[in-house]
Design a protein around this ligand. Structure first.
Ligand SMILES: CN(C)Cc1ccn2c1[nH]c(=O)c1c(Cl)cccc12
Length: 124
């Protein structure tokens, strides 16, 4: 009697983890038409020594390094959870920096990238 062994390969790849990684990488790697990577200034907050008033004005400072750490330690429960950290960071940048500064403009651009990417990932 021939026994057929059926193996049901359950590819339990965490969909959320993939979407979170895609969202983070899309923002980190985004380049403008001239090839400038807009995220670089957002990697690390200015030091308290250099900008003490930053930490007076900005109540909830956050940078890409922090978001990356939360991603790596599975602290995001949803895509919206990560998006709200990005929106917080970009709002901080627009609160502290002048509207005619490059970082202010880059924050607005990357915030649009974040929201557009979230919508695309939601459809998938
Ligand atoms: C003038 N100097 C503080 C601009 C500067 C230089 C760096 N960074 C900023 N401003 C920011 O808001 C900011 C944010 Cl949200 C996240 C990470 C780095 C930031």
């Amino acid at each position: 009697k021939k026994i057929i062994k059926v193996t049901k390969v359950k590819k339990n790849v965490n969909v959320l983890a993939q979407k979170l990684r895609t969202l983070y990488d899309t923002i980190r790697d985004h380049k403008d038409p001239k090839g400038r990577q807009l995220s670089l200034i957002f990697l690390k907050l200015p030091s308290k020594a250099e900008y003490p008033d930053y930490y007076e004005v900005i109540k909830r400072p956050i940078d890409l390094e922090k978001i990356s750490q939360k991603l790596k330690s599975n602290q995001y429960e949803s895509l919206d959870d990560m998006v709200s950290d990005f929106v917080l960071m970009f709002d901080n940048a627009c609160k502290y920096n002048e509207p005619d500064s490059q970082i202010y403009k880059d924050a607005l651009m990357l915030q649009r990238v974040a929201l557009q990417t979230k919508l695309q990932l939601r459809e998938d």
